[in-house]
Write a protein that binds this ligand. Sequence first.
Ligand code: ATP
Length: 553
Amino acid sequence: MDRQQLATLLECGSDHEWTAVFVVRNDISLIASNTVAEKLLVLNDYRASNHSSFEKEWIPHICAAIKQMGDSVNVQKETISIKGVESILYFLSITKNVTASNEKAQERNLLNMIEHTYDGLVMVDKDGYVQVFSQAYADFIEINQAESIGKHVTEVIPNTRMHIVAKSGVEETAQLQKVGNNYIIVTRTPMYQDEKLVGAVGKLLFKNIGQFTALFRRLNALEKEVRKYKGEFRDRNKASYSFQHLIGESRAFVDVIEEAKKAARGQATILLLGESGTGKELFAHSIHQASSRSMGVFVKVNCAAIPNDLLEAELFGYEEGSFTGAKKGGKLGKFEMADGGTIFLDEIGELPLHMQVKLLRVLQEREVERVGGLTTKSVDVRVVAATNQSLQTLVEKGEFRLDLYYRLNVIELKIPALRDRKADIEPLVHFLLAKYEAILGVTSKGVDSQTMHLLTNYQFPGNIRELENIVERALTLMNPGDWFTPTYLPKELKRKQGHCADIRPLATQLEHAEKEAIVQSLKNAKGNKSEAAKQLGIGRTTLYEKLAKHQLP
Ligand SMILES: Nc1ncnc2c1ncn2[C@@H]1O[C@H](COP(=O)(O)OP(=O)(O)OP(=O)(O)O)[C@@H](O)[C@H]1O
């Protein structure tokens, strides 16, 4: 074998399986393949050895090093003659262990990940000895990372409980731990392998309590904000009245209140009928408050106030991008908002026909479909509807669907007009007077009998709303502390009842007439008091007394 052949032999082998050849001549020379040289980097050391120590010490040493790398090795020895010189060839047939090297690579990746992902991480075995310690953690507590491995964790981390968790198997979440002058927040999790406790992993969540407090404050602020919005939503969508706010003692009124209280107990749809201003909305609020849904929201929809093309989106909501101008994230419809509560559909007679069909479906299926949506959502809502129109007439005219009318009219409550329950007028006037005195910050002596008489006999086409306006107007025009006299009633009301002049108490009118007569007679007598007394047919002393009484000069 010449040098060239030997060189080829030395460098043979593939990536996964390669052969290292060592040639020992005359006890002193050594040649190894480059592959082995690169891998073991100890070639020069072999060169210095002799044949006997090479075989006894270095071959086992090289084999051990190869095995430690996870590969397997097989040694063969052959005696050959190279250019007449006897030499010994050692063939090391090395097989790379792919699995082992993959595992090594995975381990390296994992450690790499730990270094880059976690702020601080420590892993101990079941006896509390450190197996892994991330650089960030080491930097934070100012220790040498490499030196920490293998030490007992209590020697590395002050006030640690890692060794306790590794023994107890009980997780400790978000615990405060003092490190130097700082408080840190850590989580210690026991580690199991084949259901056996093998150690624990500790994670540093916050490097100082300040970070945690800042996060905690932020969370608190967000929570407050959510509570505020929830509160605002509930405030805007809550029933503000209950039956005790409804004033009236007439038989007709008391009867309808009783019916409404019974209806409130169930879940059936209620239709409130009555002229405008009779208190239908107040009834709807009160029914919700007296029902089992009182903890839920009360959502009011005025069907007459919403433009036709917006009505569907308003009632059932819409999905994002369902039309130009649709809000990002879509919008909740009133039915969804009222889930668990009551929806009050005021002026239901104004609902356009195409929407009546959709409403009918919701009432039947108890499901809503958002505009632009592909799915339906079930809602648990009680419906209370109201109208001042005759739905039957609308049905006859083809403006209201008969099927919807029946769906709504499960329980019908008719609220009588104020003129049909005159006994309610007086208590209502007193109630409204007190209400508006408080609102306007004024006081009055009360309502005189003439005014009450006029009010009781008035027809009130606008019902209680009209009475409310009359009382507010009077209190605004009156001097503080005055009586509510007919002077402060609207002319229209007095005219309709043939009441042409203000009627004031007789004594007041007599006083006023006396003062007028005195002023007139003094004018006629050009200030001569004796002459004026003569004209008036009274004595001078009496005239002087009356001048003083009326504070005339
Ligand atoms: N029984 C009552 N006691 C006290 N106030 C009442 C009573 N009924 C009605 N009101 C008052 O009268 C006004 C009109 O009532 P409400 O709005 O409930 O009437 P409505 O029948 O719903 O009217 P519309 O048909 O015009 O919507 C409200 O300010 C309400 O507070």
